[in-house]
Design a protein around this ligand. Sequence first.
Ligand code: ATP
Length: 239
Amino acid sequence: MQKLLSKARQAINDFDMIQENDKIAVGLSGGKDSLTLLHILKNYQKFSPQAFELIAITLNPGGVDNSPLYKLCKDLEIPFYEVQTDIKEIVFDIRKEKNPCSLCANLRRGALNDNAKKLGCNKVALGHHKDDAIETFLMSMLYEGRVNCFSPKTHMDRQDLTIIRPMIYIDEYMTKKAARDFDYPIIKNPCPADGKTNRQDIKELVSKLNKEIPGSKKNIFGALNNSDRLFIWDKEKIK
Ligand SMILES: Nc1ncnc2c1ncn2[C@@H]1O[C@H](COP(=O)(O)OP(=O)(O)OP(=O)(O)O)[C@@H](O)[C@H]1O
């Protein structure tokens, strides 16, 4: 936990993620990443220079038994809210999406933010980690032809809500280890597309690249973190 906490604290400080009196909703999917995030923030709360409130929100896409999450949050003394949604039905039965991930992510994001706002939160914390950032950065280049990634902290003006990602410096292997060490009650991902996504392909590619070019994963993350050294052909500046 100490190593996780130290990396999270570094990210929280670097991007000024938490302020006094924040009420933060953790998006708790029941997967290893958001369970680790909840555990980290609960511990961070004990010594954070800024006092903040923590709640957990789980969106049920339809038909998932989340009772282990109720128990966990009760043990951790974190208020827990489960929200029933029809996301699964919309994505797979009504819209019959061939590429369901982006619609599903948008619907989840909207529902999570709306519910956080209703519950009086000014921040939503998501369980994205360093590997997610590297994969998203590469996916935007390879599939969309642009240099882009989610931000460690984003303010949504329309809702006046700030999204934070305190695990942005944490490697995925550390969340896997935390899930084993602390025996988190993992809820099996109900998504029929789980494991067959573009993200999974990119994850495998990054792992292969890192074996062939040792250090390349670290350098991709470095490139994302180094806005001073961003050089992109800008016709107006170059000509
Ligand atoms: N059903 C949900 N309810 C609440 N929050 C969610 C839900 N699904 C995703 N989130 C939030 O969005 C983040 C990113 O979602 P994504 O589907 O990429 O999860 P993931 O990388 O598989 O992480 P996890 O291991 O936490 O499921 C999650 O870490 C979590 O904070």
